[in-house]
Design a protein around this ligand. Sequence first.
Ligand SMILES: NC(=O)c1ccc[n+]([C@@H]2O[C@H](COP(=O)([O-])OP(=O)(O)OC[C@H]3O[C@@H](n4cnc5c(N)ncnc54)[C@H](O)[C@@H]3O)[C@@H](O)[C@H]2O)c1
Length: 123
Amino acid sequence: MRSIIITGGAGFIGSHVVRLFVNKYPDYRIINLDKLTYAGNLANLKDIEDRENYTFVKGDICDFELVMDLMKKYEVNGIIHLAAESHVDRSIKDPFTFARTNVMGTLTLLQAAKLYWESLPEK
Ligand SMILES: NC(=O)c1ccc[n+]([C@@H]2O[C@H](COP(=O)([O-])OP(=O)(O)OC[C@H]3O[C@@H](n4cnc5c(N)ncnc54)[C@H](O)[C@@H]3O)[C@@H](O)[C@H]2O)c1
């Protein structure tokens, strides 16, 4: 079984990607990691929330420990990264949150993926 983390899966693009993967790949475990900011809405995923191959985790992509724990727990094979502060107006009003999620969050995922991969005996 492959395990894929999809970040921002409660958002506009992410919810469609999560639904596509959950339906199309029943033998994949899909882990939706989303902080549920103003932009996230789990109602987008009502139709697949009880599927056996779907797991929702409320959390922040900047939380290195959490990302690392998920990678180990589910033996993650891949990350599709769609969590973001995506609204341009908000990037002007609140640039620090924007930079934190979009820059540090992305770096957190990359670093966790690298360290997890390096820890695998069969790499
Ligand atoms: N919407 C578009 O037309 C479009 C087009 C091209 C590219 N994109 C890109 O696709 C990505 C997603 O866009 P969208 O329109 O779905 O955005 P969105 O704002 O609808 O969704 C973003 C999701 O990320 C989550 N999120 C925000 N910060 C988080 C954090 N720190 N940790 C975990 N989750 C967090 C939110 O809760 C939300 O569910 C962005 O990178 C965007 O630039 C979007």
